[in-house]
Ligand binder design. Sequence first.
Ligand SMILES: [Zn+2]
Ligand SMILES: [Zn+2]
Length: 273
Amino acid sequence: MSAFLYPLASGSLGNSLLVSAGRTRVLVDMGISRRRLRADLAGAGAAPEDIRAVLLTHTHSDHFSASAAAFCLARRVPVYSAAENLAYLAQCMPDFADLVRAGLARPIDGGPLVLGDLAVEAFPVPHDSAGACLGFRLVLGSGRTRRTAAVATDLGHVPAASLRHFLDCDAVVLESNHDPRMLRESGRPPDLIERIAGPHGHLSNSDCAEAVAGIVGRSRPARLRHVVLAHLSRDCNTPRLALAAQAALARRHCDALRIFAAGQYEAGPAVDL
Ligand SMILES: [Zn+2]
Ligand SMILES: [Zn+2]
């Protein structure tokens, strides 16, 4: 069974990740336009018609837009998230209220969710969105071809209770949002800087590197093979800085571990699991 992840867009202007397990294809978040979705999916050999579900991390508009709600309604694609997120979005977006009425807004209520060849477990992460913010542990396929990935793109810190969801994965997609110095010198209002750097904001490059080191250290040796650095700030980070923060780790595991930064404007590359 083929299993891969394919970042479509990552950053504060829009986020979406294609997860493909055998014949099952889902999106984690859809904070991009329908036009962009079709163009980006083509790069992974997929089409909008293939999308079986959207797993929604949280309610910020860079993760789910009115355009996404219209897409899901038109194609009868279910959206799975915490019940409070579904209720909040139904208040804000008429198309989302229609999704609720059509039975296409579906709460994730603790137990694993099975969608074809994919099993999904949601876990809470600390972030300042209305409702709950979720990370996802994904099991792609079963038996000898079973692969595991964990995704968390917006979180102010990584609580010990959350770290366990990232252990013994083939791939981890984790936020590496900002370089603290660039954030401090960004000219942004002090309260915004405080919010971003705070425990319910976004992970810095060094926060991310520390979390990845913890994941590698507590997982089986050479188990983790791919790290995708996600949600890089356009103004307060660069891929070079985000990757540099991971450099010591990469040197120690250079044969086994591939690390790259997902882009805002260009999709891919595919992470083959
Ligand atoms: Zn975001
Ligand atoms: Zn957010």
